[in-house]
Write a protein that binds this ligand. Sequence first.
Ligand SMILES: [Zn+2]
Length: 65
Amino acid sequence: MAIHEMFCETETAAEVLFVCADEACGRRVVVGKSRPRLTVIDRGDFSASHVGSLGGVVVDGIEAA
Ligand SMILES: [Zn+2]
């Protein structure tokens, strides 16, 4: 299974936008900072496993939704 790394593209006080580094995939998710919340904007390559981090803290479940 392919592993894609997601990076923080932009953020607000409450949320962070993560984008997949693989341009052919294009997965985008919004992760809440204060509350554990994940909103998928673009599903991207659903077969790939996505990992991401925020300030050194791994975002759990970023690959789950
Ligand atoms: Zn991806």
